[in-house]
Design a protein around this ligand. Structure first.
Ligand code: NAI
Length: 430
């Protein structure tokens, strides 16, 4: 593994007008599409499979394998849906990608649609980010005018329509089956799986759903080849990816690097933790997969490394917190988010997250009661694995992880307010 940055997806982010079709084409954009259209669809699926491109939305499911789950004998149309509902706390990679280079995503959409036999693809973007929706719509218009979308793309017999769809601002709609409900015009709530969307997805048709970054990576694999892609990263986690550093970091931002880089290496590039402070805890994959501490700075950030220490790579949202941060308050803030975003369908998630907030709020205020910490853990055990989707698991995981590493701070919540031990002004002062 190399330890340098490997800008591919983020190569042109410094150019303010990289989003224009003419600029994208000038840099070789849409050449991968020309190459792909000269190949058999099965060859493209084979390339993505051999590259072992794993889903960048959080779960890391191999994209080529997902594509090959589509039933061969289903009479219904196949749909491709791009999940751009990015909402996991700390996650901010897909939105900059679309803003800086929407045609990278679009080229990936066209190639992937050709590979899986889809003639109508959807890009589902979270509703709050109107500027991103507009940027994507503009790119789609440019692509239609240039013959990259519509009927007979680039003189072939391949047709593709692309619809950009705005969500309504709900975290749950990033969950793939809730996203499908929302796209169909219903209230977004998760469906029971199986059947997986590959078999019965949008309008009960076979549907491929992938994250923005996953689809945007496909053109680079087609252009540069499988060997190029697999030369980066680690054994089970190939290629390069976008890591988001935020929180108490001197220069927060996106860092595109080979899979398997460590937080220590990323912090070196980001100027370290803010001056005069030390790292206390961090999330390797957004809050849903729990926290790590400064003991874990050298854990390889691939699909195996964080899992070996009881967490996961998730969305690669590395939120860093220094010693001024109260673990109890941070935990409360996260759980308030999950409570607010619970869609309410499953009782353990809806009711459990409400009760967790009550307990955490009184611990934060120094008014905890004996037994509260055991209650937190018991509630979490009764939430995890008992709901339709991973949102409930995320709620339980962050609580268990915080208590695991910082139990004495929770115990202090029986008598001392967190704001006395960790004055908020110190956490937020720069
Ligand atoms: P999952 O492991 O259930 O599924 C991953 C993907 O593989 C899905 O597309 C699923 O349909 C497919 N799949 C799995 N088994 C399959 C099978 N047997 N046949 C066909 N397809 C199959 O994970 P899920 O619930 O989709 O995602 C959870 C992750 O999402 C979390 O780990 C978290 O990191 C991430 N997440 C990301 C957010 C974001 O803003 N990007 C927000 C919240 C969570």
């Amino acid at each position: 593994m190399t330890d340098t940055l490997t800008p591919v997806l983020s190569a042109n982010w410094g150019d303010e007008r990289a989003w224009k079709l003419s600029n994208y084409e000038r840099r070789g954009g849409y050449q991968a599409l020309r190459t792909a259209l000269g190949k058999a669809p099965a060859d493209i699926i084979g390339q993505v499979k051999n590259a072992n491109l794993r889903g960048r939305g959080g779960a890391g499911f191999p994209a080529g394998v997902k594509w090959s789950f589509l039933p061969k004998d289903n009479p219904n149309p196949v749909y491709l849906v791009v999940n751009c509902d990015e909402s996991e706390p700390g996650t901010c990679k897909d939105i900059p990608l679309v803003m800086a280079s929407p045609h990278t995503l679009l080229e990936g959409v066209i190639i992937s649609s050709y590979a899986v036999g889809c003639h109508h693809a959807f890009i589902y973007i979270r509703g709050e980010v109107l500027h991103v929706i507009r940027r994507m719509q503009q790119a789609v218009r440019e692509a239609y005018s240039a013959g990259y979308l519509g009927k007979g793309i680039l003189g072939t017999d391949f047709d593709l329509e692309v619809t950009v769809h705005a969500g309504a601002g709900a975290y749950i709609c990033g969950e793939e089956t809730a996203l499908l409900d929302s796209l169909e015009g219903r209230r977004g709530q998760p469906r029971l799986k199986p059947p997986f969307p590959a078999v019965a997805g949008l309008y009960a048709s076979p549907t491929v759903i992938n994250n923005v970054e996953t689809i945007a990576t496909v053109p680079s694999i087609i252009s540069n080849g499988v060997d190029w892609f697999t030369s980066m990263g680690t054994e089970n986690s190939r290629g390069m990816t976008l890591y988001s550093l935020s929180g108490h970091v001197a220069n927060p931002g996106q860092f595109e690097a080979p899979m398997g880089i460590t937080l220590r290496q990323l912090l070196d590039m980001a100027g370290g933790i803010r001056h005069g402070h030390q790292l206390k805890f961090w999330t390797p994959g957004g809050s849903s997969l729990g926290i790590l501490t400064d003991e874990h700075l050298d854990v390889p950030l691939d699909y195996d490394g964080p899992a070996k220490v009881g967490t996961g790579l998730g969305t690669k949202a590395l939120q860093c917190f220094d010693e001024t941060t109260s673990a109890v308050r941070a935990c409360l803030r996260y759980v308030e988010f999950y409570k607010h975003e619970s869609c309410g369908k499953c009782t353990p998630c809806r009711e459990g997250s409400w009760w967790l907030v009550q307990l955490l709020a009184r611990l934060e205020a120094g008014k905890g009661e004996p037994g509260d910490i055991d209650k937190l853990l018991d509630l979490s055990d009764n939430i995890a694995g008992r709901s339709f989707c991973a949102l409930a698991d995320g709620t339980a995981t962050i609580v268990k992880s915080m208590v695991n590493y910082f139990r004495p701070e929770f115990e202090a919540g029986l008598h001392t307010p967190a704001w006395e031990l960790f004055p908020y002004e110190k956490t937020t002062a720069w």
